[in-house]
Ligand binder design. Structure first.
Ligand SMILES: [Zn+2]
Length: 61
């Protein structure tokens, strides 16, 4: 009779693809705006955040 089509999460593939990229080190870095002064380092730094996995990195100027 009817066909059983299991097609629930069409976007899961794209998400996995992004995660794979992140795991490979290819993050989608976006500049985080805010206070660029890092107290720990005691100098100006640029903050980046991955829009896919949420990883954060700082880069000293
Ligand atoms: Zn990432």
């Amino acid at each position: 009779m009817g066909e059983v089509v299991t097609f629930r999460k069409p976007r899961a593939k794209d998400r996995n693809k992004g995660k794979t990229l992140c795991k490979s080190g290819f993050h989608k870095w976006e500049v985080v705006k805010g206070n660029p002064f890092d107290v720990k380092l005691g100098k100006m730094v640029s903050r980046y955040r991955c829009s896919r996995c949420g990883a954060v990195k700082t880069q000293a100027r």
